[in-house]
Design a protein around this ligand. Structure first.
Ligand code: ADP
Length: 261
């Protein structure tokens, strides 16, 4: 803490200067705290799969291990390796978002085509769980970063697959209006309660229910939020008509500046 900073309370320029210094210091302290929390979260999330891989690899070294267990342990090692590689990929993506400042690079994108493409990519997963997907897509051309927006749709749709029960329903809508383009992805899974609705967009946050499942890094929705904000838009989650999660992404049709992050 910068406790040595003098507490000057005056109404003149010196007072104003001292106020603005104090605000700046507070901001720096906040950034520093967030950075430390981020590093400790990353370290923890790297440690646990690595320890599992090490532990099970050692068990696999036993020549007398029964075949059933050998198969089980190999699967755990493989799943944990996949988790590590997902984590590394998502961390790299988050870093690359932090580095984008030049909005001039945005290109006109056919958003409906992007959504159809991502759904096509996940068709096998929807089919495996017999999830019915309904689409209502307006045609829309929007200036954006192709790869990053694709990640937004991918993360929302892969979550919809992950959290929707077998035989469930997912609906994807794209609406255009004069002021904004809105994409909603709604499912009939367990939904996100109001107590978690803000926090699911934080880096590494996972609800208690999700934490008990395998897979997932808690980074997908923070990537969604950062990309959407980079485009000057917003994202929220509330309850859909069937009580499942409804994610709504709004992208303003006229934007010059990214929102402050
Ligand atoms: P994860 O890798 O855990 O899915 P995300 O950042 O994508 O990480 O999501 C954060 C948390 O938000 C999830 O762990 C889960 O608790 C919740 N969540 C995300 N999508 C849904 C959904 N469609 N239905 C219910 N909960 C969801």
């Amino acid at each position: 803490r910068f406790s040595f900073f003098p507490d000057i309370r005056r109404n003149d320029e010196i007072g104003q200067l001292s106020d603005s210094f104090r605000r700046m210091v507070r901001k720096l302290e906040e950034n520093d705290r967030a950075r430390k929390a981020f590093i400790s979260d990353v370290s923890h999330d790297l440690q646990s799969p690595l320890l599992n891989i090490k532990g099970y690899a050692e068990l696999l070294g036993n020549p007398e291990l029964p075949e059933g267990q050998r198969r089980e342990y190999s699967e755990i090692v493989r799943d944990e390796a996949v988790r590590l590689s997902d984590l590394a990929r998502q961390l790299l993506l988050l870093t690359s978002i932090d580095q984008i400042t030049d909005l001039a690079e945005f290109e006109p994108l056919d958003i409906a085509a992007q959504l159809r493409e991502v759904i096509r990519k996940y068709r096998w997963a929807f089919e495996a769980k017999e999830i019915y997907v309904s689409l209502e897509l307006d045609e829309a051309v929007y200036p954006g970063d192709r790869e990053l927006l694709e990640k937004v749709w991918e993360n929302l749709l892969s979550n919809a697959v992950k959290y929707t029960p077998d035989g469930g329903e997912v609906s994807v809508r794209l609406r255009t209006a004069a002021e904004a383009l809105t994409v909603t992805v709604e499912d009939n899974g367990p939904g996100v309660g109001p107590e978690d609705a803000q926090r699911v967009f934080d880096r590494f946050y996972r609800t208690d229910e999700a934490r008990t499942r395998e897979g997932g890094t808690g980074l997908g929705l923070s990537i969604v939020k950062e990309v959407v904000m980079l485009h000057g838009g917003s994202v929220k989650v509330d309850q859909g008509q069937s009580g499942g999660a409804r994610f709504t992404v709004s992208l303003p049709c006229r934007h010059n500046q990214p929102a402050k992050r």
